[in-house]
Design a protein around this ligand. Structure first.
Ligand code: SAH
Length: 213
């Protein structure tokens, strides 16, 4: 599926009108073709501002929410970023344009393999993918400058808080999976963690253990 320039212009306009105003984030979102990450029946809707179904009963997030989360994360060029919830790989690809290195983890091997294939096809070389229960983080590579969760936890997982560098930022949806959740930003300081609530969101739940596929 290929989309024309007018469709992509409209997409960027929609992102801006929904509050994605950071020029670096908009440029990254312009560079990453969402159509590469939406497969099958829904491919022709890749440029709509909608979450869409992907394999394993999961979803690729709504682009404006991806933009707002990326903006809240305030990624810097030297940053090492951890993403929990690879899904299609779309969010990780955007992060890869802004950061030095991205580690992304999903509990479904099938999703991780699918995302890795797209990264390879597009010569994206600064993303490391792995299959695991991401709520434990990735101790070998900690601390991280930025951590992003794209699945909703009831509370920020302890291991992830511990793996956040002092001065680092973590963005995540919190709340029960069947209710409206809040997107929160956690900033780690010398003396502890500061929390601010950004907006209401709706994500799939952060689940324990590995998926079956
Ligand atoms: N960021 C994705 C959207 C992800 S949807 C994208 O851009 O397409 C949320 C993902 O979180 C799902 O793929 C789900 O399998 C994954 N997930 C849920 N709980 C998890 C856990 N404990 N560890 C790792 N991944 C998890």
């Amino acid at each position: 599926m290929t989309f024309d320039a007018a469709t992509k212009m409209q997409f960027l306009y929609t992102l801006r009108s929904k509050g994605v105003t950071d020029a670096r984030v908009l440029t990254a979102m312009e560079q990453v073709d969402r159509a590469d990450y939406v497969k099958g029946t829904f491919a022709d809707r890749a440029y709509e501002d909608m979450p869409l179904p992907i394999a394993c009963g999961q979803t690729i997030s709504q682009p404006s929410v991806v933009g707002l989360m990326t903006q809240a994360l305030n990624v810097q060029p030297r940053d090492k970023v951890l993403e929990i919830g690879t899904g299609s790989g779309y969010q990780a690809a955007i992060l890869s344009k802004l950061a030095r290195r991205v580690y992304t983890v999903d509990r479904y091997r099938r999703l991780v393999h699918g995302a890795r294939a797209v990264f390879e096809a597009h010569d994206i070389t600064n993303i490391t993918t792995f299959t695991a229960d991401g709520s434990h983080g990735f101790d070998e590579q900690a601390p991280f400058d930025r951590i992003l969760l794209t699945a909703a936890a009831e509370d920020p997982p302890g291991p992830l808080l511990a793996q956040l560098r002092i001065g680092g930022i973590m963005v995540l949806p919190v709340g029960q999976s069947d209710a409206v959740q809040s997107l929160i930003r956690v900033t780690r300081s010398e003396s502890g963690y500061d929390y601010d609530e950004l907006r209401a969101v709706r994500f799939v739940p952060l689940l324990e253990g590995l998926g079956q596929e």
